[in-house]
Design a protein around this ligand. Structure first.
Ligand code: LLP
Length: 438
């Protein structure tokens, strides 16, 4: 049984196996899902998604704000779920903003990010009345102020600062501040200068500072250093301008379990740690603790989905490993090739007690780096037509999917209470040809 044999954190909460050994999700057999929707397909557990939203909202409570980072995966159904579960939404492009507004997310619950927002995007966001724009450069401070003033509004904004901490998995590394494209560096005074400029512009209401330290982080020590430095700037702003900025946003980046070796923290532990860190830092600085916001993307949607593939060619390389080809690959999951990401994989269309076989799950693209799961043990009786599932593909897989080799991007199928529905349909050959205008 998946629930018995694998760490439950890797699979969404309704995944199980039926008496025939076929994996189920939301009460539905994966074999039926494959028949009805085809493979590859992302199968998203709606109950799990909603439960994670609630866990984050409850953990942070009414005194803080949780913004789901839409870049991890966004669709109109997801926007509606977020809205219903009381979360806010972080978007970072005109396209994400369009999707959010089209699906009815109230504009004042949207935060707009990006290091190079176009004038059109800024105008769209300000006109729509987004709750906050996160300013990323001196140019943008002036540009957003100009747009807002032209429209006769005061736009609520935060300034994104780079605190010199970049966190990756279990460690954090102090980085050269000038060596990244996001935010205004604290070091050298650009962040303080950004605050100075924003406070002096009529079109802007500066409500706080923003910091995002990295991705797939498992401990809070990086956040601790970040909070310390952000609060240091709050203090400097108070001393220089007599203004206590009311908010800080500590960004996203909380890790999830991709394999049984990963041990992520529960939202309530993260919320407690962040509140304690900020409260302590503010006490030391003699500041009123600001309202905190966070922007989890992966930690909400990542574990909610798995990718369902059908096994095709199986190629044993004696003394090495067996290459198991599936009907997708780097076009539906670029993360292994791009970040050396580790995933797990299971045979889900049946159970097998055959011996374990060292395998590498690869895609069907014309590239040897087209690897989905680098190292896995699959049963030695694996055969073409078997179904494999790669769990924890809810974040940054569909949203980073491509048409490489003219692959048709897979659908996202949401399951809940014995019912399945397509929330993003599979691309078709007509879609491919429609863009190619000849
Ligand atoms: N807030 C800001 C300002 C961000 O830049 C990001 C992610 C997030 C929140 C959400 O981070 P999360 O909680 O999802 O880790 N494509 C990469 C991840 C890039 C993340 C970019 N920014 C991946 O597949 O791992």
């Amino acid at each position: 049984c998946i629930r018995d044999s694998l760490d439950a954190r890797i699979w969404s909460r309704t995944v199980d196996r039926n008496e025939d050994g076929v994996a189920t999700v939301g009460g539905l057999d994966v074999t039926r899902l494959a028949e009805e929707f085809g493979t590859p397909a992302y199968i998203l557990d709606e109950d799990d998604f909603r439960a994670r939203c609630r866990a984050w909202a409850d953990a942070f409570g009414p005194g803080a704000d949780v913004f789901y980072a839409g870049k991890a995966f966004l669709s109109r159904a997801v926007v509606r779920w977020l809205h219903e579960e009381g979360l806010n939404l972080d978007v970072c492009s005109g396209g994400e903003l369009l999707t959010a507004l089209d699906a009815g997310m109230p504009a004042d619950r949207i935060a707009f990010h990006g290091n190079n927002k176009s004038l059109e995007e800024i105008e769209r966001a300000v006109r729509a009345g987004v709750g906050r724009i996160v300013l990323d450069s001196f140019q943008e401070i002036a540009r957003v102020a100009h747009v807002a003033q032209g429209l006769g509004v005061r736009q609520r904004v935060l300034i994104r600062i780079t605190v010199g901490v970049e966190a990756h998995t279990h460690e954090f590394i102090a980085t050269a501040h000038e060596d990244q494209k996001f935010g205004l560096p604290l070091a050298g005074g650009q962040a303080a200068e950004g605050v100075r400029r924003a406070l002096g512009l009529d079109g802007l209401e500066l409500i706080g500072l923003h910091s995002h330290i990295g991705s797939q982080i498992f401990d809070t020590s990086g956040f601790e250093v970040a909070a310390h430095r952000v609060v240091g700037l709050l203090q400097q702003v108070r001393d220089e301008h007599g203004v206590e900025l009311p908010e800080i946003d500590l960004g996203g980046g909380l890790g999830i379990a991709y394999t049984p070796d990963d041990d992520p923290r529960e939202p309530r532990h993260i919320a407690k740690a962040l509140h304690e860190i900020v409260t302590r830092e503010c006490e030391n600085a003699g500041l009123r603790p600001p309202r905190i916001s966070v922007e989890p993307g992966r930690a909400i949607v990542g574990p909610t989905a798995f990718t369902l593939y059908e096994v095709g060619t199986i190629k044993p390389l004696p003394g090495l490993r067996t290459y198991v080809s599936v009907d997708g690959g780097m076009s539906d999951n670029i993360r292994t090739a791009l970040y050396d990401a580790e995933y797990s994989v299971s045979l889900v269309s049946r159970v097998s007690d055959a011996a374990p076989m060292l395998s590498r799950v690869v895609g069907k693209h014309c590239e040897s780096g087209d690897i989905v799961v680098k190292d896995a043990f699959l049963p030695a009786d694996l055969a073409p037509g078997d179904l494999l599932a790669v769990p924890a593909t809810g974040a940054y897989c569909r949203s980073m999917a491509s048409n490489y080799n003219h692959a048709l991007r897979p659908p996202v199928v949401a399951v809940r209470d014995g019912a399945a529905r397509v929330i993003v349909r599979r691309e078709t050959e007509e879609d491919l040809l429609r863009l190619d205008v000849g």
